[in-house]
Design a protein around this ligand. Structure first.
Ligand SMILES: Nc1ncnc2c1ncn2[C@@H]1O[C@H](COP(=O)(O)OP(=O)(O)OP(=O)(O)O)[C@@H](O)[C@H]1O
Ligand SMILES: [Mg+2]
Length: 233
C-alpha cells in the first residue's frame, strides 16, 4: 500500500472539517476523491501533504506514520502536490518553473525536463514563455509537469481538469494515463466524473467532510441515485 489514511480528523480553527476520513491508495493506482464544492476534497489532500495537519487519525505513506510531518518532509519522502491554484512562478519561464521544481526536490530519477517536455509538447514550445503568460490549460500541464520533476513516488492533484476546455481535458486524461502506465501512484480531487472514469479505477465520495461512498468509478458512473445524491450540480 502506498498511502493509507485512517480516521483522519482535520479542523480550520474551530470548524471540524474532515470527520473520520479513511481511504487508501495502492502502489501504481490512480484514485479519485469526488464530491461537490466544499465537501473537503482539498482539505483531504492538504492533510496528507502536512499543510493542514489532522488532529487525530493516522496517515501511513510507504508504511511509515507521517501524520504531523511538515510539507517539506513529505516532499523529501516522495510526495508531490499540485494545489488547485497551481502556484506557477509568474516571473519565471516555463522551463525555469520545471528546473526549480527539480532542484528544490533534490530527487533524481526517470523524470527529466526532456521527458516532461516530451509528455507535454506544449511545454517545450512555450519553454521561454513567462509563467504569467501561459494559458489556463498550459498552466495545468506545467503544474503536473512540475510535480513529475520532483520524481515522486506519489502525486496529489487538486482539480486537474477544472476550467479546461473539453479537448484539453481529453488531452490531459491521455497524459495522466501515460504517467499511470509508467507506474506512478496518483490521488486526485476532481469533480469531473467523466475525466475521473478515464484515468482512475476507484473513487471515494465525500459529503460534508465524511466519506459516504466508495466504489469502482465505472459503478459510480452507472449509479444514477449516487450521482444525484452526491455529485450532480
Ligand atoms: N482556510 C480555511 N479556513 C476556514 N474554512 C475553510 C478554509 N478552507 C476551506 N474551508 C472550509 O472547509 C470546507 C471544505 O473545504 P475544501 O476546500 O476542502 O472543499 P473542496 O471539496 O475542495 O471544495 P471545492 O470543490 O470548492 O474545491 C468548506 O466548508 C470550506 O468552506
Ligand atoms: Mg477543492
Amino acid at each position: 500500500m502506498m498511502l493509507r489514511v485512517e480516521a483522519m480528523n482535520a479542523y480550520y480553527g474551530k470548524s471540524h472539517i474532515l470527520q473520520d476520513v479513511s481511504f487508501a491508495v495502492e502502489s501504481g493506482e490512480v484514485v479519485a476523491l469526488l464530491g461537490r464544492n466544499g465537501v473537503g476534497k482539498t482539505t483531504s489532500l492538504r492533510a496528507v501533504m502536512g499543510l493542514t495537519p489532522p488532529r487525530s487519525g493516522s496517515i501511513h505513506f510507504k508504511g511509515d506514520e507521517v501524520r504531523g510531518k511538515p510539507p517539506y518532509f513529505m516532499a523529501k519522502a516522495g510526495m508531490a502536490y499540485m494545489p488547485d491554484d497551481l502556484r506557477i512562478f509568474p516571473d519565471l519561464t516555463c522551463e525555469e518553473n520545471l528546473e526549480i521544481a527539480h532542484r528544490l526536490s533534490g530527487r533524481n530519477g526517470y523524470w527529466t525536463k526532456a521527458r516532461v517536455e516530451e509528455l507535454f509538447p506544449v511545454l517545450g514550445e512555450r519553454r521561454r514563455q513567462l509563467g504569467i503568460l501561459l494559458s489556463g490549460g498550459e498552466k495545468k500541464m506545467l503544474g503536473v509537469g512540475r510535480a513529475l520533476m520532483s520524481n515522486p513516488d506519489m502525486i496529489l492533484l487538486d482539480e486537474p481538469s477544472e476550467g479546461l476546455a473539453p479537448l484539453v481535458v481529453k488531452n490531459l486524461a491521455q497524459v495522466i494515463e501515460e504517467i499511470r502506465d509508467k507506474g506512478m501512484t496518483i490521488l486526485m480531487a476532481d469533480q469531473n466524473l467523466k475525466f475521473c472514469r478515464r484515468v482512475s479505477v476507484r473513487g471515494y465520495i465525500l459529503e460534508k467532510g465524511r466519506i459516504v461512498h466508495s466504489d469502482r468509478i465505472a459503478s459510480i458512473w452507472e449509479d444514477e441515485s449516487i450521482i444525484k445524491q452526491y455529485l450532480a450540480l
